[in-house]
Design a binder for this molecule. Structure first.
Ligand code: C5P
Length: 397
């Protein structure tokens, strides 16, 4: 019972679908959850707090203060208490306030104080749902990491037919359970991730580098950690920070240093995701003094770096999975498949510089994932945090 003893704040707003929130509360309690209801003033016009508190066994919270006795309801305490907040039904008005921080009622202040994940189940008439402001506000909520439970299509309270019906309580419970199952899907796993560029020293002030920002690797590290994994993140020189306490970060500069760190840490991991853009060559030796301008041309002799992925591919045990990346400019699929075999990878993530919005520096990526049996899955252009989820769902679960 994944919901046993979970603390769920159920936010109810002023939609006719509020009557279904009573069933939702009941189903959550049946699954073993503790439910605290926070309702907006217009939500109370659709369903009475008495019905809801009788179901949950807890007084319904609606106003900042309880009339007459001066009791203050702390949205901050609720934010800390909750394992999840579910806003169902969520009206266009509430979605707009959540997106824009208009904290004029207890539900929105609770939302803004929430430390836990937030799921939102919109409910409104089809034209309101199709309005560009709703689309934009839902996109904003997604960018905050909130999960939108898409409304269903069908007959609406107005008798019009279209998209906007709040998803049925049984399906909302299913989404909540899936969220928790997914969140814990990598618990007890240890994952090594390489990220960012490497710098290959020419002299004390110059290096050979590349445009990798490390964003994709850091997004993968955050997502693995969010799902309960212990992450060893080996990062080249990047200006990113990671927040999750389950991530141990090892900073390196050159491909050689990354090789040492990766081979030293590979033995006891369950999977390695090799996302770093490792330099293939380095100057044969780094000058210890700044190289002065002399003559017309300067010739640098480069020697190959060790291939980290290929070495880990040799060390790989039966239970370990390895995922590599390929950024190709031509013959994409053939080059990626070659790499997959040569480096003994289980999967290779292909991103192409030919796709606008994909690859280095940008916050989005468009990928395909190839496996050893020749299967290929293509994904849309998405923010890197979403791409990280696709990669993990496809390769690690
Ligand atoms: O051969 P190429 O560099 O394109 O291969 C890309 C894949 O190999 C990536 O997963 C990258 O992190 C990894 N790689 C590596 N060590 C190298 C070069 C690439 O781990 N020296």
């Amino acid at each position: 019972m994944v919901l046993k003893n979970k603390h769920i704040v159920l936010g109810i707003t002023g939609s006719i679908a509020a009557y279904k929130a009573a069933s939702l509360a009941r189903l959550l309690i049946k699954e073993g959850a503790e439910v605290q209801i926070v309702i907006t003033p217009s939500g109370k016009e659709f369903i009475t707090p008495v019905t809801l508190s009788a179901l949950t066994g807890k007084a319904v919270v609606s106003e900042f203060f309880t009339a007459n006795d001066g009791t203050w309801h702390s949205h901050v305490d609720l934010g800390l208490w909750a394992d999840m907040m579910v806003v169902a039904p969520a009206t266009a008005a509430t979605i707009g306030k959540m997106a824009n921080g208009i904290a004029d009622n207890m539900l929105i202040t609770t939302y803004m104080s929430m430390k836990a994940p937030v799921l939102v189940a919109p409910a409104m008439d089809l034209d309101m749902f199709a309005h560009p402001s709703t689309t934009r506000n839902l996109d904003i909520l997604r960018s905050y990491g909130n999960v939108i439970i898409e409304p269903a299509s069908g007959e609406l309270a107005s008798h019009l037919i279209g998209k906007g019906r709040m998803e049925e309580p049984e399906n909302i419970v299913k989404s909540i359970k899936e969220y928790f199952e997914k969140r814990d899907s990598l618990s007890k796993k240890k994952i090594l991730i390489t990220a960012g560029p490497t710098y290959e020293k020419i002299d004390p002030v110059r290096f050979i580098g590349n445009y990798s920002s490390g964003k994709m690797g850091f997004a993968l590290a955050e997502e693995c950690a969010n799902r309960g994994a212990e992450v060893v993140l080996i990062a080249g020189p990047v200006s990113l920070s990671c927040k999750h306490p389950n991530i141990s970060r090892i900073n390196v500069e050159s491909a050689d240093e990354m090789y040492e760190a990766a081979t030293a840490n590979f033995k006891d991991v369950d999977a390695a995701i090799l996302c770093a853009a490792v330099a293939d060559f380095r100057p044969v030796e780094a000058s210890d003094k700044k190289i002065k301008r002399q003559g017309d041309n300067l010739t640098l002799t480069l020697v190959p770096n060790k291939d980290i992925a290929a070495r880990l591919g040799e060390m790989k045990q039966e239970h370990q999975k390895m995922i590599g990346f390929a950024l190709e400019t031509n013959d994409e699929e053939r080059n990626a498949t070659d790499k997959l075999r040569r480096k003994n990878l289980d999967y290779i993530v292909l991103n192409s510089l030919n796709d606008a919005g994909a690859g280095f520096k940008v916050d989005t990526n468009k990928i395909s994932i190839l496996d050893r049996s020749g299967n290929r899955v293509d994904f849309q252009l998405k923010p890197k945090a979403e791409v990280a989820k696709d990669i993990i769902d496809t390769t690690l679960l």
